[in-house]
Design a binder for this molecule. Structure first.
Ligand code: 4NP
Length: 220
């Protein structure tokens, strides 16, 4: 790990004592980046045996694509890597969701600023609302994308491939952090001596009318 790479954030403790941990990915249209992250994190958690412990969803700050499928190019990129994005339908993030998501992860700084605008004060600067790529173990101070997943919408296939790679790296880091949080050692069974360790133990094309211009982020 490069010396200027900060430690990964520790996901905050769950809001509720029971039920799954809830993670929501947020981008602008909810048809490219955040659905990719949604599909990839579900797959990673399933592989780690953590699917039941974490509920994953995604949304956009904009409403242009609500009810529609994933961008065909994003879906194709997922397909190239063996993932299926066909079930996705776009949704718009609602401010009320802050109260029941444990972690809300923004794809870029504009998404983060929009989310902070709609968040209750206590959430806006808190540990439950973060830039998604803060979970990328390879994220360095000189990152060409300034810690963001750049918006690939309407760009060439390479932009979708780049977005996939960035999303995949951060999903892997996030899954590891969630595992660390949620796979805590079980409480001792009744009758066990808590002080005595068990034997053997060591301690989707054309921009729609009304849509904002595409964001061009650095590095392309
Ligand atoms: P996403 O990409 O935020 O990664 O889903 C976009 C999709 C649609 C638009 C912008 C970005 N749009 O302006 O319609």
């Amino acid at each position: 790990m490069p010396p200027d790479t900060p430690a990964l954030p520790v996901p905050p403790a769950p809001r509720r004592a029971f039920g799954p941990y809830r993670v929501c990915f947020v981008c602008l249209g909810n048809i490219c980046r955040s659905p990719m992250a949604d599909v990839l994190l579900r797959a990673e958690l399933a592989e780690a045996g953590l699917a039941e412990l974490v509920e994953v969803d995604s949304a956009g700050t904009g409403d242009w694509h609500v009810g529609g499928p994933m961008d065909r190019r994003a879906r194709a990129e997922l397909g190239r890597h063996g993932y299926d994005g066909s079930a996705h339908r776009s949704r718009q993030f609602q401010p009320s969701w802050f109260a029941d998501r444990d972690l809300v992860l923004a794809m870029d700084r504009a998404n983060l600023a929009d989310l902070r605008e709609m968040a209750p004060d206590a959430e806006a600067g808190g540990p439950r609302l973060l830039l998604f790529r803060s979970f990328d173990p390879a994220l360095a101070g000189d990152d060409p994308y300034d810690g963001q997943v750049p918006d690939p919408y309407g760009g060439p296939p390479d932009d979708y491939a780049a977005a996939f790679g960035l999303v995949q790296a951060a999903v892997r880091g996030l899954a590891g952090q969630l595992a660390g949080l949620l796979e805590a050692p079980a409480a001792p069974a009744r009758g066990d001596d808590p002080l005595e360790p068990p034997e053997g133990a060591g301690p989707e094309g054309i921009p729609l009318r009304g849509a904002p211009p595409r964001q061009r982020l650095g590095g392309r």
